[in-house]
Design a protein around this ligand. Structure first.
Ligand SMILES: Cc1cc2nc3c(=O)[nH]c(=O)nc-3n(C[C@H](O)[C@H](O)[C@H](O)COP(=O)(O)O)c2cc1C
Length: 414
């Protein structure tokens, strides 16, 4: 067990929207260094191997480079994605609430790297205190005179999202800041080519950007060294479900699942046995007790055919029915479909309906076969990944917990 090395959640920097206290703790130095040599930023982020922490794990430097190379544009946007609405994910709200200046400074450095002229803090209004704090903190930067160091105009704005889960998808976020309903758009073109009002747009998650000022100040080797094995940096893992000590844990990237659950989470309620972990939010393959040794980093989790996603770990103990839980998640995905793509709208709705039937003891073998068919035809059929996530958890539950489905249908035939 590597000693905890808090970065984003260090107690002394949890100063809320107090710019003076942030600067007194060394805040602002990263931005100062970044503005002295903006061309060095993308290679630095590449060397640090900073990954997108909003779910995809996509290397941050690659998106930044597309943006920087998107040519001279009248306006370039950076959207700071704080929509956070995936069940079991509650890390960004902590950052927005307790360290809004860390988020803002990271965003300003990213803006310098890619030449953004507008920075939009896109925040879920359900994160009430975080939204209040980011508003206050943005005003402080605007009034501080610090933005003048850019040598060119840079605009900061706070844009509350509509609060829908789908609004966190990057092109949906673009639709929202353009003033419409958060409908995802067809890709390509990608946001870096054609984003907000047709202008190049970079979208990064709150946690991703929170790391940036620290990397600039302390260097890429320092950041890489925070992780375990080949993994780089630290991660905010959201631990919830049937554990004694749920919460947000900042740990080295690559911390084993068992350590998170049993040492930090203090084990399961009533000393029960672990049955399953809905990983990365409930839109992924389910991990089970045989995966307790997995290192929680993007590559290692992928080797178990699952995904780290947002770093949310929802622990389920023996005695909890998987069919009921998956039914709840599919209800959520069906209700969250924006309805643009018929396959997603009807497919997630139909999957939820079949699951409700099975879970209430009225399902049949034909219903199970229909679920299997949906698992074959839905993935990749939408313009965004919502149906893929819904099917990943459904398929994984069918693969790993079929006896529970068999029991629920009680051998009924159509
Ligand atoms: C349905 C759906 C919802 C999403 N919600 C969020 C969200 O709330 N916050 C977020 O950062 N990314 C969310 N994402 C991922 C974004 O599309 C995008 O990959 C991310 O904001 C990029 O930031 P990153 O590279 O820093 O991770 C969502 C994706 C999908 C498909």
């Amino acid at each position: 067990m590597k000693p905890l090395n808090y970065v984003l959640l260090r107690q002394e920097i949890r100063v809320g929207p107090d710019l003076g206290a942030w600067l007194a703790q060394g805040g602002g130095e990263g931005l100062e260094q970044a503005l002295a040599d903006p061309a060095a930023l993308i290679p630095l982020i590449e060397a640090a191997d900073l990954r997108g922490l909003g779910g995809s794990g996509f290397p941050a430097h690659r998106k930044w480079r597309f943006m920087a190379e998107s040519g001279p544009a009248a306006a370039k946007y950076l959207i700071v994605n704080g929509n956070e609405d995936e069940p079991g994910t509650f890390k960004d709200r902590l950052l927005l609430d307790e360290t809004p200046h860390q988020v803002i400074e990271g965003a300003l450095i990213a803006a310098a790297a890619v030449g953004a002229t507008q920075v939009l803090f896109y925040i879920n209004p359900a994160i009430t205190q975080g939204l209040r704090h980011i508003r206050k903190a943005v005003k402080q930067w605007q009034e501080s005179g610090l933005l003048e160091r850019y040598g060119r105009p840079i605009e900061l704005k706070v844009h509350p999202s509509s609060g829908h889960y789908i609004g966190g998808e990057e092109t949906a976020a673009i639709s929202s800041v353009e003033g419409g309903f958060p409908f995802p758009k067809v890709k390509p073109p990608y946001p870096a080519e054609k984003g907000v009002h047709g202008h190049p747009t970079l979208i990064n998650n709150v946690e991703t950007l929170s790391n940036v000022s620290h990397i600039v100040r302390r260097g890429a080797p320092w950041f890489r060294d925070l992780g375990l094995g080949a993994a780089s940096g630290a991660k905010l893992y959201c631990l919830s479900g049937d554990v004694l000590r749920p919460g947000v844990y900042e740990l080295p990237m690559g911390t084993p699942l068992a350590e998170l659950v049993y040492q930090h989470g203090n084990g399961l309620l009533l000393d029960k046995k672990l049955k399953a972990v809905f990983t990365g939010g409930p839109s992924n393959t389910i991990l089970t007790a045989k995966d307790l040794d997995v290192a929680l980093d993007f590559e290692s989790v992928l080797q178990r055919r699952a995904r780290l996603g947002t770093g949310a770990m929802i622990v389920v103990s023996h005695g909890t029915g998987i069919v009921k839980r998956v039914t709840e998640y599919l209800n959520f995905f069906a209700a969250s479909s924006c309805g643009q793509c018929p396959s997603c709208k009807t497919g997630t709705y139909y999957a939820a309906l079949l699951l409700r039937k099975i879970d209430t003891g009225q399902g049949s073998r034909a219903d199970l076969e229909s679920l299997q068919n949906l698992c074959r035809i839905l993935p990749g059929s939408g313009r965004c990944h919502l149906p893929d996530g819904a099917i990943a958890v459904l398929r994984s539950s069918l693969d790993q917990f079929m006896p529970e489905y068999e029991q629920a249908i009680g051998g009924r035939r159509p």
